[in-house]
Ligand binder design. Structure first.
Ligand code: SF4
Length: 359
């Protein structure tokens, strides 16, 4: 046995514990992950992708941030499932169309699924107690842990010592003294921690999610009212991000592109809708008329689109209406700014006085 390299008298080292760290791209999530990694855990960043996460450029930024932190990144596409959370949030909405508590629960559920498949031993999140008054107060954090099914397998290292004990501490995988007691909206402690962990290049706190914006929320709730919550599909949610939106009648809505990029996006969604555009030599936006529009609605819509065209003093403009490959043209007067329909149809203006649903 002279050549045997094994030392049978030394117990094998316990395997390192593994964690999935939810990663939004913001500082808190990378800090939480980096802190736990520094404590000897194998951490994988987990980004749950939803419709408002951004496209390939956003994914590239996430990858760069993960590379800088030296942590592997896993991206899970959960777009369609997430839309259901937006349609039917159990805990209601925040100040706009943002169901943040339900959204957090959903992200944790995605992480739990991976945990149940054996991807890790526990989940890490960068939530900070009291940082967001509606979704990160004490009770909300407990609800998220409980309703996601993660329970004590969810560790929030930045506020861990202000919250009930979790599995990684109880089992001795991590020590309480190494975890933090951050509370509230201040950012100084995070900046200090970032410096301590050597994280120097990080994004500033994001205004971020479009669901928190009042104008987008007005469009979402208008669509819910018109189509029913389950009738607002992925394409409709996407269209709500672009153009100016006008509710012409209960049945019909007009969306007018604001620049070339939006014109291109709207043109991609023309199937099942009427595409409206000026006939050359007049130049102007691309617009979509959707819903069950009467002939009167279609003419009014064409008149409104003509308002945004380069009419050069023309009193009447020829507009093309194209639906299912069939093209016809109509002559209309551009709608005047003082026309009461103009302001009255804007979805954002209509929503201001309307009562917003809460659940
Ligand atoms: S801000 Fe947007 S992405 Fe973040 S939790 Fe709220 S709804 Fe979800």
């Amino acid at each position: 046995m002279k050549n045997c390299q094994l030392d049978h008298g030394t117990p094998a080292a316990a395997p390192r514990k593994r964690a999935l760290a939810l990663f939004s791209g913001g500082l808190d999530s990378i800090l939480a992950a980096a802190l736990v990694a520094r404590l000897g855990v194998d951490v994988t960043l987990l980004h749950v992708q939803h419709l408002w996460s951004g496209g390939s450029a956003a994914r590239e930024r996430l990858q760069q941030a993960a590379d800088r932190a030296g942590l592997p990144l896993r991206i899970v596409d959960a777009i369609d499932e997430h839309l259901d959370v937006i349609r039917h949030p159990k805990h209601g909405y925040g100040s706009a169309a943002n169901p943040c508590v339900d959204c957090h629960i959903f992200m944790m559920k995605v992480a739990k699924r991976l945990l149940d498949e054996g991807a890790a031993d526990f989940v890490v999140s960068g939530e900070v107690l009291g940082q967001r008054p509606k979704s990160q107060h004490y009770r909300a954090l407990l609800d998220v842990a409980e309703e996601s099914g993660l329970g004590d397998r969810l560790l929030r290292p930045l506020s861990a010592n202000l919250l009930p004990e979790t599995l990684p501490v109880r089992e001795g995988w991590l020590e309480r003294k190494d975890l933090l007691s951050l509370r509230g909206r201040g950012r100084d402690a995070q900046a200090e921690l970032a410096a301590r962990l050597g994280i120097t290049d990080y994004p500033q706190p994001a205004g971020g999610c479009l669901l928190t914006e009042a104008s987008y929320a007005a469009r979402v709730f208008d669509a819910f009212e018109r189509l029913g919550r389950d009738g607002v599909d992925r394409a409709e949610f996407d269209i709500l991000r672009f153009g100016r939106h006008f509710r012409i009648s209960h049945e019909a809505k007009l969306i007018v592109g604001r620049d070339e990029r939006e014109n291109g996006v709207l043109a991609r969604y023309a199937a099942g809708r009427t595409l409206i555009e000026p006939v050359e030599p007049v130049l102007g936006p691309t617009a979509l008329l959707e819903g069950r529009a009467s002939e009167e609605d279609a003419l009014a819509a064409a008149s409104l689109v003509a308002r945004y065209c380069d009419v050069e003093g023309r009193e009447r403009v020829e507009m093309a209406l194209i639906r299912d490959g069939v093209r016809r043209t109509v002559w209309v007067e551009p709608m005047r700014a003082e026309d009461p329909r103009f302001a009255g149809w804007r979805v954002e203006d209509r929503a201001r006085a309307a009562r917003r649903p809460t659940a």
